[in-house]
Design a protein around this ligand. Structure first.
Ligand code: ADP
Ligand code: MG
Length: 229
């Protein structure tokens, strides 16, 4: 975990550079996609259907990578607001209801009853999205994700536990390095971006995993008590 944070500090500069490039790529990509769609529309008899579909989906793939990298640039200029972490988690869970259903994954909630307010940017949701997405993707045959929050000493511990395929010891140190992925269509950017966002929120992240049993990702964030706010 400390190793993870140290690595994410080293990644700061790389991240800013990557985000800068991503920003430059986005506009030409958007116009390219627009023209591509026009081209598809004009191909009325559909002779180039397959080729067109591949081109569009490849553009979308670049877009996905670029969007993930852009998150690295965002935090600096986004406003911090007081938010209830449980509300944010419930919102993120709602976003995944369809995908969870599709994969036969049950999402269980176990939230601390104490109010947990955090000072955060909207991008904090991206962290929960990335972790929950990984959890669901680790259970192609279905399973269970438990999302738990617990207040301990002025901090909120958010644990996302899956019953998926787990992470081998040899890979655990590579997680969060840019482009490290074991998935055929992964970007290997989700956890790197998440680590950056958590770092901006003065939080930490910890991963425990056992092959064949599952993975627990814990995010720890400082909470704001009402007397402070
Ligand atoms: P991506 O999901 O695009 O591969 P991430 O940065 O989100 O990129 O994750 C990097 C890698 O970490 C994944 O490819 C996977 O090998 C591993 N990983 C992350 N979360 C989990 C999880 N919950 N269960 C198993 N493996 C995981
Ligand atoms: Mg991911």
């Amino acid at each position: 975990s400390e190793e993870l944070i140290r690595r994410s500090e080293k990644l700061s500069l790389v991240g800013e550079l990557a985000a800068g490039i991503a920003h430059e790529i986005r506009n030409p990509l958007t116009s390219l996609r627009g023209f591509m769609q026009l081209y598809v529309k004009e191909d009325i008899d559909g002779t180039n259907n397959l080729r067109n579909e591949v081109m569009l989906s490849e553009i979308d793939r670049i877009n996905e990578i670029v969007s993930e990298l852009l998150v690295l640039a965002k935090p600096s200029n986004e406003a911090y607001e007081l938010r209830n972490v449980v509300h944010e988690l419930i919102h993120v869970i709602t976003l995944f209801e369809g995908q969870a259903n599709l994969y036969n994954v049950q999402i269980k909630k176990d939230f601390d009853t104490e109010l947990s307010l955090i000072q955060c940017q909207r991008s904090i949701n991206q962290v929960f999205v990335n972790i929950l997405k990984n959890a669901i993707e680790s259970m192609p045959k279905g399973g269970e994700v438990v999302i738990q929050t617990e207040q301990i000493n002025g901090k909120i511990h958010i644990r996302i536990q899956d019953s998926g395929y787990g992470i081998p010891q040899s890979e655990i140190n590579k997680i969060g390095s840019p482009f490290f992925t074991t998935k055929e269509t992964g970007t290997g950017l989700g956890l790197m971006v998440s680590m950056r966002i958590i770092q901006n929120h003065k939080g930490t992240i910890r991963i425990e995993s056992e092959v064949g049993k599952g993975t627990m990702v814990e995010v720890i964030l400082p909470i704001v008590t009402l007397s402070e706010s």
